[in-house]
Design a protein around this ligand. Structure first.
Ligand code: PLP
Length: 428
């Protein structure tokens, strides 16, 4: 038995499913999750002493790779002065100033502890601000696990939403309308019928939770248009994409004007952080300035702020993103070439520092239905072959991959080489 297998058995005794977040359990790919001992640069090291080139990067935050010395030093330095005060610090102002300077429509921002809190709170502000209850989201987007957002479409796109998890009351789910991503006509139709009830549209500007799906220009335009016409708030969930497409996020990359933005992951540099913010006239509704309640014992935690500040310092340097964009493109094109050589129907989506791999005959994958129609069995075999060869991809076909500045040309070449062997293997 490997150390990982032993630990997984032990973990299952007191931790549901042996993990503290479901996708870590490898259910979508089978086998035993790899238990991690340490991480450095582009590498994860498991408890059995095996090294992996990591494209999960803690599900996004580690854009400079793991254990970056400047972030580590900032955390260690700050930890000498106490871990939490429950009172304001200058560090919070510094991080707020940095975030507001980076994102075009971010005039005020509130720190929280996770992406889930960020989107949940942004929804409340949008509802409080508009005095409306209904919200619009898109199939395949994930916005954390708060009740209003764990909802799937009912029998028709415009019928009541239904809970996608037991424990979510139907009376909450009925306020959530779930539409198809990249379907501007569906969105316009929904607003034509129910626009006056809708508080907000929440959307991942690049979706990283149904592998990686890019927004079409028509879809991007419709998002702003329906919100402008109806008075609904446009919430861009940039928990994953924030600071991954340049410092102005996917909204800067694609030129989408957000009313509110949710952030997480990178802004904490690996510590538990989230944030929501946006236009001042909306954010002024947040307590204690306004009546919409939101709070947190550990919000703005000094160690997390120090980690986030060090991270944003480094990635704001001129020329930080170009090599990552180039590596993302090279990786996807290289894997595509290997799939073509092996005669496997395959395509990729990539933009910025995110990518998705699809085992499909389709040339373009643009929505959830297409993602779900991909060959998951082939993905599983590809995943395990890559893992065996020391490449750690997300253990589910519906998760995006991420690039870091610690990945060099050599890591990309090694990954493509491994993908070539994996493609040959799974072609059989
Ligand atoms: N929003 C998006 C787009 C995410 O990808 C995630 C998590 O992956 C969340 C929200 C929830 O963030 P957290 O897991 O920090 O609660």
């Amino acid at each position: 038995m490997t150390q990982s297998e032993t630990l997984f058995q032990r973990a299952g005794i007191h931790i549901p499913g042996g993990v503290n977040s479901p996708v870590r359990a490898f259910k979508a790919v089978g086998g035993t999750p790899v238990f991690i001992d340490k991480a450095d640069g582009p590498y994860l090291y498991d408890v059995d002493g095996k090294r992996y080139i990591d494209y999960v990067l803690s599900w996004g935050p580690m854009i400079m790779g793991h254990n970056h010395p400047r972030v580590r030093d900032a955390v260690v330095q700050r930890a000498q002065f106490g871990l939490s005060y429950g009172a304001p610090t200058e560090l919070e102002i510094q991080l707020a100033e940095r975030i507001c300077a980076a994102l075009p429509n971010m005039e005020m921002v509130r720190m929280v502890n996770s992406g889930t809190e960020a989107t949940m709170s942004a929804l409340r502000v949008a509802r409080g601000y508009t005095g409306r209850d209904a919200i619009v989201k898109f199939e395949g987007c994930y916005h954390g696990h708060s009740d209003s957002l764990l909802v799937k479409a009912g029998s028709g796109a415009l019928t009541f939403g239904v809970p996608s998890s037991p424990g979510v009351p139907a009376s909450i789910a009925e306020h959530t309308i779930t539409l198809t991503y990249n379907d501007p006509d569906g969105l316009r139709e929904c607003f034509a019928q129910r626009g006056e009830e809708i508080a907000c549209v929440i959307v991942e500007p690049v979706c990283g939770n149904m592998s990686c799906i890019l927004p079409t220009p028509e879809f991007r335009q419709a998002l702003r248009e329906v919100c402008d016409q109806s008075g609904a708030v446009l919430i861009l969930d940039e928990v994953m994409t924030g600071f991954r497409f340049g410092t102005a996020g996917a909204q800067g990359y694609y030129g989408i004007e957000a009313d509110l933005t949710a952030l997480g992951k990178i802004i904490g540099g690996g510590m538990p952080v989230g944030a929501f913010g946006g236009k001042k006239h909306i954010m002024e509704h947040v307590s204690p300035l306004g009546p919409v309640y939101q709070a947190g014992t550990l919000s703005g935690n000094p160690i997390a702020m120090a980690s986030g500040l060090a991270t944003l310092d480094i990635i704001s340097a001129d020329g930080f993103y170009e090599p990552l964009f180039a590596h993302t493109e090279a990786l996807c094109q290289g894997i595509q070439a290997e799939a073509d050589k092996a005669g496997i129907p395959f395509t990729t989506n990539y933009a910025g520092t995110m990518f998705g791999l699809f085992f499909t005959e389709e040339e373009k994958v643009q929505n959830y239905q297409q993602v779900m129609a991909c060959d998951t069995d082939r993905f599983k075999r590809f995943f395990h072959s890559m893992l065996d060869q020391g490449v750690y991809l997300a253990p589910a076909s519906y998760e995006a991959g991420f690039m870091s500045s610690a990945h060099t040309d050599e890591h990309i070449e090694l990954t493509i080489e491994a993908a070539g062997k994996a493609m040959v293997k799974i072609a059989q």
